[in-house]
Ligand binder design. Structure first.
Ligand code: AMP
Length: 202
């Protein structure tokens, strides 16, 4: 499980862990964005929460995850990214799956806003870039998109939700001996190296 505030680099590091372990990445944020694009019932329910930077209600998220875990590719383990975000979600997860490791990517609040407002995505590959920290190649710059909730106002709410509802989970998992803390302010490669070496040392 990848844990940390919005903009910590969970999606970026997930790509490397998926390559290494061949386990599917399950990102509730990506699943909700896909539902929003499709205009499904789920998308309609989640839209206002996401646009306000608030958490989507637990029952919606838990329903989504229990369906996703029934898919064949989840049989040999998965990498959660952005889930669970509340103690209630973690408690439900504990009933249906065993958590091996929780990688907490630690980044102070001061850095988060700058990281998020500069974030861009290539819709063709899903690759995540940053205008300063990970510039995209010139040839694809015109097609990059910015997430609708990656603006300064929404980021403040997302950070508030993180501190109030999600960060208590770190202590919850630490008490279970599952939390691995990683310094998220290093280069993308160094964060990934630290994750891999700490995971292998377990
Ligand atoms: P993310 O892509 O992980 O930053 O998620 C984007 C938005 O989707 C969040 O700001 C929430 O509104 C919603 N979301 C994603 N995952 C969860 C979750 N596990 N619980 C509640 N809301 C979520």
């Amino acid at each position: 499980m990848l844990f940390g505030p919005p903009g910590a680099g969970k999606g970026t590091q997930a790509a490397r862990i998926v390559d290494l372990t061949s386990k599917p990445q399950i990102s509730t944020g990506d699943m909700l964005r896909a539902a929003l694009l499709e205009g499904s019932e789920l998308g309609k329910e989640a839209k206002s929460y996401m646009e306000a930077g608030e958490l989507v209600p637990d029952d919606i998220i838990i329903g989504l995850i229990s369906q996703r875990l029934k898919v064949d590719d989840a049989k040999n383990g998965v990498l959660f990214d952005g889930f669970p975000r509340t103690i209630a979600q973690a408690e439900e997860l504990a009933k249906i799956a065993k958590v091996d490791s929780v990688i907490s990517i630690e980044v102070p609040d001061d850095s988060i806003v700058q990281r998020i407002v500069g974030r861009r995505m290539d819709p063709e590959t899903g690759e995540i870039y940053h205008v300063d920290f990970k510039p995209a190649p010139e040839s694809i710059i015109d097609r990059l998109v910015q997430r609708k909730d990656d603006n300064e106002f929404t980021v403040r709410n997302r950070l508030k939700a993180y501190h109030e509802q999600t960060s208590p989970l770190a202590i919850w998992y630490e008490n279970q001996g599952l939390l691995i803390k990683v310094d998220g302010e290093q280069s993308i490669k160094d964060v990934g190296d630290e994750i891999i070496s700490k995971l292998s040392a377990r």
